[in-house]
Design a protein around this ligand. Structure first.
Ligand code: TGC
Ligand code: FAD
Length: 390
């Protein structure tokens, strides 16, 4: 889309080059197939090696573990381009990088990092992240999944997780569990669970009308016996999974801009080609207002995420700033997608156009990684000093 505010001038040559390579991949490998994948309810697994070759998995993690070692702005631009294709593709990469590779990097032993990270960067090992439970969504502190340490230092894991992206195709799951019968959120720890372990099962959740080109699964863990080495040794308390969410939410703030860009571009092109009442509909004030609002909100969102990325790179960003960006950008992206769909008239409901697919996807993105309401309360707490949660 047209760079109306010359945001490119605030990007380095490397950042622009990374964005262009992912953009080209998405144009060539994702956009031609994604409408059909969406209708079929299928994640396009065939693109995993290509994504790995581009270095998108854990792209902001260090090169010594086989990752691309990019800065956080380049990482964000990758997320933007992937979600320009489809939120399901960005979700896949977000989970792999921010929710599975990051906790291994941040809380894992050196052996765990050396074993998993290079194979995850190359797409050989796919991961999923199990935090949400059927009765504990916005309030993960209440989780009931429990790991009990055995006399030999091994662990026995029991519980269930719900709504888990990549769950049924993952080789490994990061599972968050309370430990040793302690029901406080301080006892929460992370475990790296190979999905072939006896007692572990994953099944796809059916009937989704959103994120259809993404696998979403339920995990069941029944007497899953894990070696001592499955524990992420530096994890401890609810803060550990919340730190992972901060990484993923940062990427989402960029990703949804990509979905909004795709919708805006589609609406703009349609507005100049669709003739009604003897002139292109883009010549009518109502459609121009739609396009002007979309453009304005996209540019504002880009500036928010770009600045956030610079703060992250200098090590000064806060989780509350990430909530600000996730909340705002998901909100504007859902509005942009809906308005684009409306501008397209009846054609806007077809899978051959992207806007309604993005619109439906963005309802999930608005909900996961902390709902819009939860981020509102996080901001409310940040400015008033008063928690509305409890
Ligand atoms: P609270 O007492 O506020 O916090 C506990 C400890 O954690 C610290 N903390 C954070 N640290 C890093 N990043 C954050 N975002 C943090 N938020 C809080 C906090 O300072 C405290 O530290 P300490 O040292 O005092 O122990 O915890 P709470 O139980 O009151 O909960 C707060 C709340 C509601 C904001 C939190 O539970 C929350 O964010 N809920 C939303 C749940 C959520 O986002 N789930 C996402 C699941 S994963 C997912 O959706 C993947 S989708 C993937 C895809 O497909 O892309
Ligand atoms: P609830 O918490 O039941 O919320 C229902 C409604 O109540 C919402 O509107 C919410 O905003 C509101 N609400 C809740 N608490 C409050 C409050 N205190 N004040 C005001 N309103 C409130 N989870 C994972 O762990 N891993 C994954 O990979 C993953 N992938 C996902 C993929 C998809 C497609 C989806 C849809 C979800 C995924 N999730 C995943 C789960 C996601 O994080 C949760 O759905 C989300 O955190 C919300 O939880 P919930 O659905 O149980 O909603």
């Amino acid at each position: 889309m047209q760079d109306f505010f010359d945001i490119d001038s605030a990007l380095s040559e490397e950042e622009r080059a990374v964005r262009e390579s992912v953009r080209q991949f998405v144009d060539e490998r994702v956009i031609p197939v994604i409408g059909d994948c969406y209708v079929e309810g299928r994640f396009p697994r065939e693109i995993i090696p290509g994504l790995a070759e581009l270095g998108v998995f854990g792209a902001n993690l260090p090169e010594e573990y086989g990752c691309a070692g990019l800065n956080n702005v380049a990482y964000g631009l990758i997320m933007q381009e992937l979600e320009r294709g489809d939120s399901g593709i960005r979700s896949f990469a977000s989970v792999q990088g921010a929710l599975v590779m990051y906790p291994i990097f941040a809380f894992g032993s050196e052996e765990q990092k050396k074993h998993y990270l290079p194979k995850m960067a190359s797409g050989e090992i796919i991961g999923c992240f199990g935090l949400t439970e059927p009765d504990f969504g916005s309030n993960p502190s209440g989780m009931i999944t429990m790991a009990k340490e055995q006399s030999d230092g091994s662990w026995m894991l029991n519980g269930g997780k719900m709504w888990i992206t990549n769950g049924s195709q993952a080789h490994v799951a990061i599972v968050w569990a309370k430990t040793n019968g302690d029901k406080s959120d301080k006892s929460i720890r992370g475990f790296v669970v190979p999905t072939t372990t006896k007692g572990f099962s994953a099944k796809d959740q059916k009937g989704k009308l959103s994120l259809r080109a993404s696998d979403t699964s339920e995990l069941v863990m029944q007497d899953v016996h894990l070696p001592a080495t499955a524990l992420l040794p530096k994890s401890g308390g609810l803060k550990s999974p919340l730190m992972c969410l901060t990484q993923a939410r940062y990427g989402i703030s960029w990703g949804v801009i990509g979905a909004a860009m795709a919708c805006y571009e589609e609406a703009l092109a349609y507005s100049t080609s669709r003739v009604m009442f003897d002139k292109p509909i883009g010549g009518f004030q109502i459609q121009q207002q739609r396009l002007a609002i979309m453009l304005t909100e996209i540019v504002k969102a880009q500036l928010v995420s770009l600045h956030l990325g610079r703060l992250k790179d200098q090590g000064t960003f806060t989780p509350q700033q990430v909530s600000f960006a996730k909340r705002n950008n998901c909100d504007i992206a859902t509005d942009v997608a809906r308005e684009a769909r409306r501008l397209l008239g009846a054609n806007g409901i077809l899978a051959e156009y992207a806007s309604m697919r993005h619109m439906a996807n963005l309802e999930s993105v608005y909900t996961y990684e902390g709902t819009h309401d939860i981020h509102t309360l996080i901001l409310g707490q940040a400015v008033t000093g008063l928690s509305a949660f409890n």
